[in-house]
Ligand binder design. Structure first.
Ligand code: GCB
Length: 865
């Protein structure tokens, strides 16, 4: 929708009189919000003054049980007398998820679906000088897609609202929230493009009207046309544009079409629409072709939330995100899993990002006509609202649509349910093609051949696969195996890897990273494996990493509860180091270099000297890199897969690093940074330090950085004489291929520290000279079902096995007798025991004597005072 205020008179318009304009005014201010639906009991003070965009779900940042329910919004407004004979609409850019709109107490419309815009006519008979609009908003999603999904359903009027005042003859606003005019083009070569336009006007009085169309290129008129309207619908065909300037990611050229609606010679309405000229196709031999040239689609997925706004973000966030994605070198973005603000599409048009947009039929379909009706309505809205954006080349309509079937549908009904899912997919595909056969249809399937077996993966022009081999299970190499098998099975079906990604937490770092440890390093390892595999395979026409940002999922636990941390940026949009791998991989236009040690303010090394070897990695798109550490140049290294690594000598404390590129065609690129390295004593017995502090992330391969206490918790290690470490026991694994648990840990914000543990251990030993020590022991029983609440801890029915119980000794003193963290505070709840200890010998041995179940320890800190 073109939110232009038409106060401008271009030269050509001088021959016509301006009679009236379409007024589009922000309607965001002066709202009140009632956080429940009991309006009849509401006291005046219950209504909160708010500004739109608004969501009531900032609770999703702190609890998985965020509010899903019904709330009211209201606003009073006046309509000047001079506007009372006009047509007035309210436009809502999105309300999540269902809205009922009342004007002066009368229901005037409703809308289902939280991600599309809609217009509501204010009936002139109901309008007074002073009016009240009331909106009941419901985010329970009853029969509204998505029924489930890995993102928070933030309720509220979370995108902008507008009042639109029109003459009674105007380009129609009653067309699924669309601009009412659709521009398509046939372009098959660089010489000519043909435009086809269709649209409709609202003209109840059937007054003779004319449309004046002007096509502009760089503000110059290149084509003008008058069309006398015969009916409310109009079509303008075969408009030729010679030597079109094509739209592409490198050169996202836009034309503008200006539509004036004339009553006699008076302008009664105007719409300006930007459009682009390009053609594209996809097949497994050539891949994706844009304007006759192959173009591998490389990019990312984009969710829309940003703390502290939830999804009620200012429009600038949309532009900022798209600009960051573009700067990363991407040419492709999947707007997952729902239609996004028109500003996102505008940004993609202007910046040159090819778009896959989709509707939120995610995880499972609803088994009734209301659900499928809503899905169809959303698809129509999406296509019509965003039809004119040249950046859009793919429409999607399902994501992992059978994922929840095993969990939610009885076994004997599952195959019937699969059939219904396929039937709905076929209906959506037919509708999509009827609405727009110039775009490619697509859907995203999860990495299972069930999607093939039930016939879902073969419906759309292009199939998307969300693949996480090496994260949720399997090995990294299983990714290419799966993709190749798919290609073998359907040799003519182009594939997009619609998702691939791994989580990372700025607090976790590992020199021995492994699957599902949430270390910054494993996310890098994962993506450094996937990108080259994707590039090598022509049948994979494109790929979108999951996800551009760390995004809010109230129900997610893992290392950062409430967050899916697979972002290339943190939620505040600070880039992670991995962003620069993409940038190095994708950007060919300029030299890039980035020292990848920015994530985490502190680093850690275990050493008794003042300097030690430490891995330094640099991302770059240039063939050679040289680095300088603390003033000393190290040997040049060739990059391989866009990075080079050194095992460099670093000092305790601050280290200055510089990296420069050499070779290649581009200019020399340079990067500098400082990293702070904390040294933990290795020889705890013989260290020259009088006072020391050894904090250990027991049972983990990761260093954990606690910014709140400025503490570095070391990855665990085996005991050797004179040093510290575990003597026996095993790493706790909730499932065999994942370290630790992903369950939320209560009673701490140091979640990762307690999500890993060593169990079945008898001894943890620290060789340490005589003296005074503070010993801190951290426990969380990870063995019991996470659903157990704290108050269930005393439940007498808990089996003996569940009651992990042990005595704990420090050297020969019994410190914790019949100790069962589970019986004290339930499962997955942090307990810290602090003990002051005077050591008279040369070691501190923490020994565990099992009483029931298993012995365990999650973290340990020893401070020599
Ligand atoms: C998927 C889903 C997406 C999730 C993602 C994940 O396959 O499509 O919604 O967020 O996996 O991170 O698990």
């Amino acid at each position: 929708m073109n939110k232009l205020l038409l106060f401008f008179i271009t030269g050509i318009l001088l021959s016509v009189q301006i009679h009236a304009q379409r007024h589009i005014m922000s309607f965001n201010d002066g709202w009140q919000f009632l956080p429940n639906d009991s309006m009849q009991f509401a006291q005046p003070g219950d209504w909160q003054n708010i500004h739109i965009p608004h969501t009531w779900n900032l609770d999703a940042y702190v609890t998985k049980n965020y509010k899903r329910g019904r709330c009211w919004y209201r606003k009073s407004f006046t309509i000047p007398r001079s506007f009372r004979n006009k047509t007035i609409y309210l436009r809502f850019d999105a309300i999540n998820s269902y809205a009922e709109i009342y004007l002066n107490g009368m229901l005037i419309g409703n809308h289902s679906g939280g991600y599309s815009a809609f217009n509501i006519l204010l009936p002139s008979g109901q309008l007074k000088d002073h009016n009240t609009i009331m909106i009941l908003v419901d985010n329970r999603n009853i029969n509204i897609p998505p029924l489930s999904g890995d993102f928070t359903i933030f309720g509220g009027i979370y995108r902008n609202t507008w009042m639109i005042i029109l003459e009674n003859q105007h380009f129609t606003l009653d067309n699924y929230g669309s601009p009412g005019i659709f521009i398509s083009s046939t372009v098959v070569n660089n010489q000519t493009a043909t435009l086809h336009i269709k649209g409709s006007v609202t003209n109840k009085q059937k007054i003779p009207l004319t449309i004046q169309l002007q096509i502009k290129n760089n503000s110059k008129n290149i084509l003008s046309k008058y069309i006398r309207l015969q009916s409310q619908d109009f079509q303008i065909g075969n408009l030729l544009i010679q030597n079109p300037e094509l739209w592409s990611p490198e050169s996202p050229h836009l034309y503008e079409a200006q539509f004036l609606l004339l009553r006699k010679k008076k302008i009664v309405d105007q719409i300006n629409i930007s459009f682009g000229l390009r053609w594209f196709s996809a097949d497994t031999k050539n891949g994706f072709m844009l304007n006759g040239k192959p173009l591998k689609l490389m990019g990312t997925n984009r969710h829309q939330d940003k703390a502290p706004y939830g999804i009620a973000v200012p429009v600038s966030v949309h532009w900022e995100d798209m600009q960051l994605i573009k700067n990363m070198g991407a040419n492709f973005v999947r707007l997952a899993h729902y239609q996004q603000d028109d500003e996102v599409l505008k940004a993609c048009d202007r910046l040159g990002l090819i778009v896959w947009e989709e509707i939120p039929v995610v995880d499972i379909i609803g088994d009734n006509k209301i659900f499928s009706g809503n899905a169809k309505n959303m698809l129509t809205e999406m296509i019509r609202q965003h039809y004119n954006h040249p950046s859009v080349m793919f429409w999607g309509f399902m994501n992992e649509a059978i994922l929840q079937v095993p969990a939610r549908i009885a076994k004997d009904q599952q195959s019937a349910f699969y059939k219904k899912t396929v039937a709905l997919a076929n209906e959506l595909e037919i509708l999509l093609k009827k609405e727009d056969n110039s775009r490619l249809s697509t859907m995203a399937c999860a990495g299972s051949t069930l999607y093939n077996d039930i016939g879902l993966s073969n419906i759309t022009d292009v199939v998307g696969w969300n693949l996480y081999q090496g994260w949720y299970g399997g090995a990294l190499q299983d990714f290419e195996k799966f993709a190749d098998e798919q290609h073998k099975r359907y040799p003519d079906k182009p594939i997009i890897i619609s998702e691939f990604g791994a989580g990372s937490d700025i607090r976790l770092h590992s020199h021995f990273s492994e699957m599902f440890d949430f270390s910054i390093e494993y996310q890098q390892k994962f993506l450094e494996h996937y990108l080259p595999q994707i590039i090598e395979r022509p049948y994979i026409i494109g790929a979108a990493e999951w996800n551009f940002i760390d995004f809010n999922v109230a129900s997610r636990q893992e290392s950062m509860p409430r967050t899916n941390n697979k972002g290339l940026t943190y939620n505040n949009r600070t880039t992670k180091d991995i962003y620069y791998y993409f940038q190095s991989f994708l950007r060919k236009d300029t030299s890039m270099v980035r020292i990848t040690t920015r994530d985490g303010e502190l680093k850690n090394a275990v050493s008794d000297n003042d300097s030690t070897f430490f891995p330094i990695k640099v991302y770059s798109n240039q063939p050679q890199i040289q680095i300088n550490i603390n003033g000393k140049w190290l040997e040049k290294k060739n990059t391989n897969n866009f990075f080079a690594e050194w095992n460099a000598i670093v000092h305790k404390g601050e280290n200055k690093i510089e990296a420069i590129t050499s070779g290649g065609l581009g200019k020399v690129a340079k990067d500098t940074c400082s990293i702070e390295i904390n040294f933990t004593p290795f020889e705890s017995l013989h260290t020259s330090l009088n006072k020391w502090d050894i904090a250990i992330n027991v049972g983990s391969n990761c260093d954990y950085f606690d910014k709140t206490n400025n503490t570095t918790w070391n990855a665990d290690k085996q005991y050797t004489a004179g040093s510290w470490g575990y003597v026996d026991g095993t790493i706790f694994r909730k499932s065999p291929d994942r370290i630790g648990t992903t369950a939320e840990i209560m009673g701490t914000i140091q979640t990762p520290l307690f999500q890993t543990a060593r169990e079945d251990l008898t001894t943890y030993r620290i060789d340490a000279p005589p003296g005074k020590y503070d010993i801190e022991l951290g426990f969380a029983d990870l063995n019991n079902p996470p659903s157990k609440l704290m108050n269930e801890a005393t439940d007498k029915n808990i089996s003996a096995r569940e009651q992990n119980m042990f005595d704990l000794y420090i050297n020969d003193s019994l410190c914790l007798h019949q100790f069962s963290p589970f019986l004290i505070s339930g499962s997955n709840c942090a307990i810290i025991k602090k003990i002051e200890y005077i050591n008279n010998g040369n070691y501190i041995s923490i020994s565990f004597k099992k009483i029931n179940g298993k012995t365990f320890l999650n973290c340990l800190r020893i401070i020599k005072k």
